[in-house]
Design a protein around this ligand. Sequence first.
Ligand SMILES: Nc1ncnc2c1ncn2[C@@H]1O[C@H](COP(=O)(O)OP(=O)(O)O)[C@@H](O)[C@H]1O
Ligand SMILES: [Mg+2]
Length: 321
Amino acid sequence: MDEILSVQNLRKIFVKKQIFSSKTSVVRAVDDVSFSVKKGDVFVLAGESGSGKTTIARLILKAIPADEGKIIFQGEEITDDEKSLKKIRMQCHMIQQDPYSSINPRMKVSEIISEPLEIHNVGTQKEREKAVIDALREVRLEPPEEIVKKYPHMLSGGQRQRVVLARALILKPKLIIADEPVSMLDVSIRAEILELMQELQNKHGISYIYITHDLSTARYVGQKIAIMYMGKIVETGPINDVLLHPKHPYTQALIDAISEPDPDNRFKEKKIRINEPLDIDVYQGCRFRARCPYAIEKCKEDPPLEEIDGNRKVSCFVKLE
Ligand SMILES: Nc1ncnc2c1ncn2[C@@H]1O[C@H](COP(=O)(O)OP(=O)(O)O)[C@@H](O)[C@H]1O
Ligand SMILES: [Mg+2]
């Protein structure tokens, strides 16, 4: 079996109370999402803010209950029974965008990194201490004997994210879900952290789900990609195929957003504006149609996520050439 994770028809709807009114609004945060991650691969989940990426991560870890759908991890469905939850929580770790949301500023590095071992009752005190030192070496925070004594505020942003990575590694997970792990860091240190993640992927055969709103980092880290728009996957496939030959106008828009302006190619540049307000019922038909320059009458219907070229899928009636 070469899949570490398979997510099937996952759905999560939030009902939000509107501020200053008694009205509620419904957000289809994750709407019938299916994908699978091959062992040892980096699977990129991309899409702008609010598209449902973090909700998917939380659903996989059972941090919140799904309305519908299945999570299959290492060939077994993750259910709500304690054994099943322990399995996913020990073998799958999440790295969050903001290191402060996953580390307690009042804890020393040694405590931060060893906490998962304590929660899951793994090892003796001595074994835990050694594991912490080893993890710090893995993420190249030197000298580990000094680093363990520090508090998060004594570290740089890049060092803090290495601590978060060390904490994620401590239980020797099979899958790491990295939710925008470098978006809060300076551009100059992003590459270092991504390289480190890649090195750990190769060394330990860890699989990743790499979540990002920025495609510029995606191409260098991943094998497969899924592009999300408003709770749905609109396009998915091998990363180079999707990014070099996008078929969905929204994928093209995301690529345009990171492309260097090309003076010889002005008509292509930013041909899709992705910040237009929506004034339609977005959950009827293609959700992107109000912002899509290629929209046709048919787009009022729901476009199915259809297979093309054998290994790709796209949910669009038009499909770019
Ligand atoms: N706990 C929640 N309650 C209500 N709405 C939520 C909650 N969490 C997320 N949402 C909404 O679900 C949508 C997807 O959010 P999220 O998964 O955080 O997107 P992303 O990570 O892609 O930015 C957004 O519209 C967001 O406002
Ligand atoms: Mg998010």
